[in-house]
Each structure stands twice: as structure tokens, then as C-alpha cells.
Design a protein around this ligand. Structure first.
Ligand SMILES: NC(=O)c1ccc[n+]([C@@H]2O[C@H](COP(=O)([O-])OP(=O)(O)OC[C@H]3O[C@@H](n4cnc5c(N)ncnc54)[C@H](O)[C@@H]3O)[C@@H](O)[C@H]2O)c1
Length: 252
């Protein structure tokens, strides 16, 4: 496919749904070849097949992005298939049921941090040699508005993990800048995805819409458009940044 990312190879985690799947569509439209990671192999195969029908080069890599050995093996398979890796988008993250600090077990805390920050560390660590070898290496981390301002309660491990991800973004930007690799984060506000469509009550949706300056909940492609931009040559001098994409949900 032609486009600003022609000849580039991108690895995206959490690629089978929501923002990750929209990012896969964006980067494919830009011309990148894709290595798509998700633990839901059926949904991953469906996304990969749809993108291939549109002419994209896609490798589906089912697996758990919180496991270091698995991540190392998936990155190696991507490089074996495509011969290079230029772009890493860390999309794995999330939370399920709202919990207070007192309701949170040590195991839930550790799982939340594994999902929301350790997975990005593991993927970056495995990808760095290949990103340095690229002449335009890119990492984009998907954080959240919860790392920028405290509004509705979610879980303590989710907010701590997403905030840690922003610090890791700046650390990686400093470390990899001399190698020409840019590292940025996006901080989405409330965004429609299979998970949020199930979880949010009509009352909560109406409240979020009232609290959002632009008056609507984001579509996944609203976020993917910004991630896609950060991967293009036009974003070459942006690094260590966090881009809020929340329709004015937090105006701080
Ligand atoms: N949707 C929102 O309102 C919102 C807002 C801010 C930030 N985010 C962040 O955006 C990212 C994507 O969220 P979403 O709501 O678009 O998608 P989602 O939660 O609906 O789907 C996430 C995908 O990740 C996969 N996944 C989960 N754990 C995994 C693991 N350990 N290894 C590999 N794959 C795994 C799931 O199978 C699923 O396909 C997350 O990091 C989330 O925290 C979402």
C-alpha cells in the first residue's frame, strides 16, 4: 500500500478491538505492514483477515503482552517475517470493575500494573534494538485521561499504571532520542469500544457527554488518527509528549 508509512513495519498490541484495531486500520492505510498482537485469537484473526482483504501485509500474533518470554518471541516472529520493525504501539491496558483502594487485593494491584505499564516496558525492551536500527523508530503508548486528572473512580492500579506509563514515555524518549527514536503517549478520554459499550450505563454516557466540551464520546478512530500522525514523518520532532485526545473532557 502507498502512503507516508510505506515500507514501515508496525507492531500493535491490543489490536483486536477498540483503539488498537482502529490504529491497525490507520497504519495500514498509511502503507505500513502490521504485526498485530492480542490475547483474543479469534477476534485477532478476524481483524487480520479484514485488513488483508484490503491489501495490507499482516501477521497475527496471538499472545499475552504481559508475559516477557511471550513478548520476546512475538517481536522476534514479527522481525523474522518482515525483516525489520519501525513502529511500536503499546495498546494493552484497561480495567473492569470499579474498586476502592480498600477493595483492591494485592493480586489485583499487580495485575493492573502488569496490564497498564509492565506490558509496555516488556514490548519496548524487546523492540528497542530494531527501532534503533530503523531510520525512523517510533513508540506510541496509549495511556488515559485518568493519568492527567482525577474525575470518575476506576481502579487504583489502572490510574497508577497509566500515570507510570507517562513517566516511562518520557524516560524512553530521553534514552532513545540520541538514536533517532521518538516516544510519545496519547491520553484518550472516554472512547467507545466493545468493552465500554457493555460497561457504561445510559446515565453514565449522558453524564460524560455533559462533561465533555465537544459533547460526545470519542470513536476509536478519533484516537487512532492522532496515533497515526505520531507515526508519520511529519511528527519527527515530537518526542516525550503526551497528547490529550478527549474532546475537552479534562480542561486543566
Ligand atoms: N475506551 C476508553 O474509554 C479508553 C479511555 C482511555 C484509555 N483507553 C486505553 O486504550 C487502550 C485500548 O482500550 P479499548 O477500550 O480501545 O479496547 P478494549 O479494552 O475494548 O480491548 C482491548 C484489547 O486488548 C486485548 N488484551 C487484553 N489484555 C491483553 C493482554 N494481556 N495481552 C494481549 N492483548 C490483551 C483484548 O483481548 C482486547 O482485544 C487500553 O490501554 C485502555 O486503557 C481506553
Amino acid at each position: 500500500m502507498d502512503g507516508p508509512l510505506a515500507g514501515r513495519v508496525a507492531l500493535i498490541t491490543a489490536a483486536a478491538a477498540g483503539i488498537g484495531a482502529a490504529t491497525a486500520r490507520r497504519l495500514a492505510t498509511g502503507g505500513a505492514a502490521l504485526a498485530l498482537v492480542d490475547c483474543d485469537s479469534a477476534a485477532l484473526d478476524a481483524i487480520a483477515a479484514a485488513l488483508m482483504r484490503q491489501g495490507a501485509a499482516v501477521l497475527a500474533l496471538p499472545g499475552d503482552a504481559t508475559d516477557g518470554a511471550t513478548v520476546d518471541a512475538l517481536v522476534a516472529r514479527a522481525v523474522e517475517r518482515f525483516g525489520r520493525l519501525d513502529i511500536l504501539v503499546n495498546g494493552v491496558g484497561g480495567w473492569s470493575c470499579q474498586r476502592t483502594v480498600q477493595q483492591t487485593t494485592e493480586a489485583e494491584w499487580n495485575q493492573g500494573l502488569a496490564l497498564n505499564v509492565t506490558s509496555a516496558f516488556l514490548c519496548a525492551r524487546a523492540a528497542i534494538p530494531h527501532l534503533i536500527a530503523s531510520d525512523a523508530g517510533r513508540i506510541v503508548n496509549i495511556s488515559s485521561q485518568v493519568a492527567r486528572a482525577q474525575q470518575h473512580l476506576t481502579t487504583p492500579d489502572y490510574v497508577a499504571g497509566k500515570a507510570a506509563l507517562l513517566a516511562l514515555t518520557r524516560y524512553l524518549a530521553k534514552e532513545l532520542g540520541p538514536h533517532g527514536v521518538t516516544v510519545n503517549a496519547v491520553a484518550p478520554g472516554p472512547t467507545w469500544s466493545p468493552r465500554t459499550r457493555q460497561a457504561w450505563s445510559p446515565e453514565l454516557v449522558a453524564q460524560i457527554e455533559r462533561e465533555t466540551a465537544l459533547g460526545r464520546i470519542a470513536e476509536p478512530d478519533d484516537i487512532a488518527a492522532v496515533i497515526g500522525f505520531l507515526c508519520t514523518p511529519d511528527a519527527r520532532h515530537i518526542t516525550g509528549a503526551t497528547i490529550d485526545v478527549n474532546g475537552g473532557y479534562t480542561l486543566v
